[in-house]
Design a protein around this ligand. Structure first.
Ligand SMILES: *Cc1c(COP(=O)(O)O)cnc(C)c1O
Length: 222
């Protein structure tokens, strides 16, 4: 099991260009497994759950960077800003404002990505593509969070090629926003692609990929 994780991480790292940041999506995984992934070269952990992250942070600490990739509830923001180096899933002005307040309290500036609901799925988080520029302009005035790029999940499909148009759409948005040169925002990171779709995402311009299953095997939910 542990040996597999090391081989998986090495294979993924060897197969992607050096400028691509690999985030290990660690939800539900044990400390032992996560540490073996770190030993094999993982430098960023992606967590969906604050409580899990707190427990893992006690074990792993600052050896790696921490990205939040889940749905952030208001009552967990204070904890989140103490652990994470980037919040990848900001999709509303309310969340941005609350994050800004909590970051101001501890006097830090948090890099954030705006999550795009690229397939406009009603049951999913993320902002619709046509709303994103207005949202970014509104968020750009906050002093303690800084927009650093975009993130998207893409729709769940059997045929991963069907995700490509959604990745293309988000890359186009990324370029469009970059060209606007809005004050206090950067379009540096484009986080798209998971185990089944990261190669397609990289072809379409992603520079952060978030991979769980292909590193750790299938998740066992308790
Ligand atoms: C779980 C998760 C991933 C990784 O998914 P895999 O298919 O296991 O690679 C990526 N991004 C987010 C936001 C996730 O929740």
């Amino acid at each position: 099991m542990i040996d597999n994780i090391k081989v998986n991480v090495k294979n993924i790292l060897e197969g992607i260009p050096e400028n691509i940041m690999l985030v290990a999506a660690v939800k539900t995984q044990s400390a032992e497994k996560i540490i073996s992934a770190i030993d094999a070269g993982i430098k960023i952990l992606g967590e969906n759950y604050i409580q899990e992250a707190e427990e893992m942070f006690k074990v792993v600490g600052k050896r790696v960077k921490w990205h939040f990739i889940g749905h952030l509830q208001k009552n967990k923001i204070k904890k989140a800003v103490n652990i994470f180096d980037m919040i990848e899933t900001v999709d509303s002005i309310e969340l941005a404002k609350n994050l800004d307040n909590k970051c101001a309290d501890i006097n830090r500036i948090m890099p954030i990505l705006i999550e795009v609901n690229s397939a406009k799925e009603l049951n999913k988080s993320g902002v619709f593509p046509e709303k994103i520029i207005d949202l970014i302009r509104e968020i750009s005035v906050f002093k303690h969070i800084k927009i650093a790029g975009l993130m998207t999940m893409g729709p769940v499909t059997e045929n991963t090629e069907e995700i490509r148009p959604y990745f293309k759409l988000v890359k186009n948005l990324f370029d469009e926003i970059l060209a606007l040169k809005i004050d206090n925002i950067e379009m540096r990171y484009l986080s798209m692609g998971m185990s089944d779709s990261y190669q397609i995402a990289i072809q379409e311009g992603a520079n952060i990929v978030r991979i769980g299953t292909k590193i750790f095997g299938a998740r066992l939910y308790k």
